[in-house]
Structures are given as structure tokens and as C-alpha cells.
Design a protein around this ligand. Structure first.
Ligand SMILES: [Zn+2]
Length: 232
């Protein structure tokens, strides 16, 4: 359906599409695949983590991180992949795609209750770990939750590759959510992610303050690479 659009329209109430959306979605997913191969940060839009197996949702057309996981498993001999999603929203699409797949661990930190409504404290499985956080959480709460919930889950799973769904809408100046994470917080979370697997790559998800977004991406990049340096 996306591939055959001939004019702009709305896929759902907040997902705008046009005749060039399919090309944009293919480019984003392709760059996510390349980032997973090379250990890079895919700075792409549209984002992906709300996209469900057969439908676009919440600004997301194609689930970029899911495409990258399947590409690495199908073409590069990677078995176990962990996804850590620190976008402020729950990655419902990613969760749904991998819910019944024990080769992929999905861990999400997100504001809850909040859009899209999923990812509550009771929504867990062997390879799905949801860490809902109350509105107003900042660096301290995020880092504590990361150390208490994310680190043990990923260490237990022992992934060959970790992909980060890196959204920056938990930042204190983001217009869409109510969290208070700072640039230092994103650097810290990213550095912790990098320490959890032998290979790490990141894919941009949300982040809706275009004035702060570049600095936050830079802070995350510093976090991803600092840990690699100290770990040798
Ligand atoms: Zn988001």
C-alpha cells in the first residue's frame, strides 16, 4: 500500500504519508541494516519502533530495527540479538514482531501510562522486558532502572549483537513527553548499552525538539564509543 501511494494523506491520525514515503522508508531501513553491519548509528527518519508487522503506526512506516535484526540473522550469521529501546514511548511494534521469537530479546524503558498504551508492568515474557517509568523521571531514575532491570536481562540473554532503538524524546525539552533526561543521561545510557554486547549499533527513533536533537545524538555517540575505548 505504501509503495503505491499517488498523493499525500494520513495513514493514521499522526502518520503522514506521501508518494515518496515508500522510498524514504526503504532508505531508512537500508541504512539501519548497514549500521547493524558496521556498528554505526543510523540517523534516519521515518522512525520505526511503532510499525507493526503489517501496518504503519505512530510516525513509523517500516520497523527499521526489526529489518536490521532479520538482515543480520539471515545474511551475517548472527544468532542472538538484543534490542534496547530508550525512546520515551513503548516500542509496541518491535515487541509484537519478536514476542514469540526467543532469538531476540526486547527491552524497553518508557514513560507509562502513555502513548501507545502498551508496555505496562504486567506485559513481560522470557524475551520481552518492559520497564515502565512514571512521568517526570530523569537521569537518576533512568540509570537506576537500567542497572536494575536492563543490565541483568541483557547479561542473562548474552547477545552477539545489541541494537539500540535510540529515541531522544525522553529529553527534558522534548515537546511530546514529560521526562527529564539530560544529554549526560543519554551519554550514560548509551555507554551502558555499549558495554553489554561485543557488537553494538544504534538506530534513531523519536526526538522532536530539532534544536536539542543534534546535541543529544552527539552525546549518545560519545557514550557508545567511550565504552568501546575503555573496554579495549
Ligand atoms: Zn518516541
Amino acid at each position: 500500500m505504501l509503495a503505491t501511494l499517488t498523493e499525500p494523506g494520513l495513514f493514521d491520525s499522526d502518520t503522514v504519508v506521501s508518494e515518496t514515503s515508500w522510498t524514504a522508508a526503504l532508505l531508512a531501513a537500508g541504512i539501519a541494516m548497514e549500521a547493524a553491519e558496521t556498528g554505526a548509528f543510523a540517523l534516519v527518519r521515518p522512525p520505526g519502533h511503532h510499525a507493526r508487522p503489517r501496518t504503519a503506526m505512530g510516525f513509523c512506516l517500516v520497523n527499521n530495527v526489526a529489518v536490521a535484526v532479520r538482515h543480520m540473522q539471515a545474511e551475517h550469521g548472527v544468532g542472538r540479538v538484543a534490542i534496547v529501546d530508550y525512546d520515551v514511548h513503548h516500542g509496541n511494534g518491535t515487541q509484537e514482531i519478536f514476542w514469540a521469537d526467543d532469538t531476540v530479546l526486547f527491552v524497553s524503558l518508557h514513560q507509562w501510562p502513555f502513548y501507545p498504551g502498551t508496555g505496562g508492568p504486567d506485559e513481560q515474557s522470557d524475551t520481552t522486558v518492559n520497564v515502565p517509568l512514571s512521568a517526570g523521571a530523569g537521569d537518576e531514575e533512568y540509570v537506576l532502572a537500567f542497572d536494575q532491570k536492563v543490565v541483568p536481562a541483557v547479561e542473562r540473554f548474552d547477545p552477539e549483537l545489541l541494537l539500540v532503538s535510540a529515541g531522544f524524546d525522553a529529553h527534558e525539552k522534548d515537546p511530546l513527553a514529560q521526562m527529564r533526561v539530560s544529554a549526560d543521561g543519554f551519554r550514560e545510557l548509551s555507554s551502558r548499552c555499549a558495554a553489554l554486547a561485543p557488537r553494538v549499533a544504534a538506530i534513531l527513533e523519536g526526538g522532536y525538539n530539532i534544536e536539542t536533537l543534534p546535541g543529544l545524538v552527539t552525546a549518545a555517540l560519545e557514550g557508545f564509543s567511550s565504552e568501546k575505548t575503555t573496554a579495549g
